[in-house]
Ligand binder design. Structure first.
Ligand SMILES: [Zn+2]
Length: 52
């Protein structure tokens, strides 16, 4: 079974997160606005969730 990759990002890191996702998955991600969770790149609150 394939595990679903999810990246969370704050406003600052959203572009970096999309780049990382596209590099690994080689497909365009779905970007969802979220109001909980932490950014995968810093200690800020995440604003977006990026997944397949
Ligand atoms: Zn961040």
């Amino acid at each position: 079974m394939e595990t679903e990759k999810v990246i969370r990002a704050c406003r600052l890191h959203i572009e970096m997160a999309i780049d990382d996702f596209v590099n690994e998955e080689e497909s365009a991600p779905e970007i969802i606005k979220v109001q909980n969770g932490k950014c995968s790149y810093c200690v800020e609150e995440a604003e977006y969730e990026i997944k397949k």
